[in-house]
Design a protein around this ligand. Structure first.
Ligand code: SF4
Length: 210
């Protein structure tokens, strides 16, 4: 194990203890392959699955595995009209598993997410029986302030470019705290799960997503 891998593991163990205090379940996987195996171990076959816009679920190979597996998937990317997009987003509330990453996670185990439409954070807060969060250790920050800063500085500019949003950050790579046309509408801090272990977090010792 390299010193970086060792440090990641130790940090993840610290965060997982804090997640438990917050009624959330945490796991640590060294790499993408382990994370994929862990996710597939957690999600029961036949589950109804929905997901929020997430690069990480793609990067570990989970989207492909779900598409080809014995699951009932509601996939917003296949929706052809705005009405269909809305329908799939609403179906997330009845999912057995909602899959997402988190824009940031603090040492203390708080999840920090900033959304444009809000469907992803809405499902994180309420509805799906389980929320499975998969996050690379690049999403870890020391506290909530640095988490929010991280999202505006590191996550939103590439996300705005990815979705073709005409925001200042998509043109300059830097947050200008914009309003009109912004993809930063809702900032959600998850500090406790009312339902024990509804939110499960797999931390991965690799850089994943933004
Ligand atoms: S420029 Fe606007 S959309 Fe981009 S990160 Fe800042 S607030 Fe968010």
């Amino acid at each position: 194990m390299t010193p970086l891998q060792q440090a990641n593991k130790q940090t993840a163990e610290y965060i997982i203890k804090n997640l438990e205090k917050r009624n959330m379940q945490g796991f640590y996987c060294e790499n993408k392959a382990e994370a994929l195996a862990k996710a597939l171990d957690i999600i029961e076959k036949g589950s109804k699955i929905n997901w929020g816009g997430t690069m990480t679920v793609d990067e570990i190979g989970l989207s492909e595995a779900i598409k080809n597996g014995d699951y009932k998937l509601f996939d917003r990317s296949l929706a052809k009209t705005p009405e269909e997009v809305r329908d799939v987003a609403l179906q997330a509330f009845d999912a057995d598993y909602f899959l997402m990453s988190t824009n940031a996670i603090t040492y203390e185990g708080e999840l920090v997410n900033i959304d444009g439409m809000g469907n992803r954070v809405a499902a994180l807060i309420y509805g799906p029986k389980n929320v499975l969060v998969i996050a690379g250790m690049n999403k870890v920050t020391s506290d909530i302030d640095s988490a929010i800063k991280r999202v505006h500085e590191k996550a939103c500019p590439p996300n705005a470019i990815r979705v073709g949003a005409q925001t200042p950050c998509s043109k300059t790579g830097i947050c200008h705290d914009c309003l009109g046309g912004t993809i930063c509408c809702q900032t959600v801090i998850t500090r406790f799960s009312r339902i024990k272990d509804r939110i499960k977090v797999i931390l991965v010792g690799e850089e994943l997503g933004y």
